[in-house]
Ligand binder design. Sequence first.
Ligand code: FES
Length: 188
Amino acid sequence: MTRQEIPNPKDQIPSSAIPEAAVAPSWDLEVGSGDFHIVAFCCHYCAYAAADLAGSLRLQYPPSVRVVKLPCTGKLDVLMILDAFEHGADGVMVAGCMEGDCHYQIGNLNARRRVHHVQTLLKEIGLEPDRVRMFNMSSAMGQKWAEAVAEMDAHVQALGPSPLRKPSPQRRNARRGDRDAAPAVARI
Ligand code: FES
């Protein structure tokens, strides 16, 4: 299929035909991580391979990113993105194949639609919609992967930590310590 062709809905592969994610998401974002957390949902065929290539080429990119491999971004649903925010992500990247090159035909187009939907939801609850963004790249674009992560990292740093993020155990303990050290208020 060329990029200009509009897929016939009858030819579309349902998302149920896409296999389950090979790697279960790990949401342990608070432990031993830096100040900001970005979760990147990456398609196995393109962005994941691009990230691998960036590693092989020793390209530098921020360590704030945690990669979750998916068989196709079409497998990503809205709840998975919201789950990432709930578990401490300050930003979420969805990285799929170039438009027209998805191995499941329109998986990446469905993913883009879901990303837009989550952006609307974030706006409704008072969060910056572009804390979640969609990227498209091929497996040969290691440089683009590194640039996309750097761009997202800089953007999230400028926005600051997500208000949904739970405090880390260290921060929780520090806060508890402050509370214990605070003088008792006399009751009259
Ligand atoms: Fe890569 Fe669908 S196979 S986004």
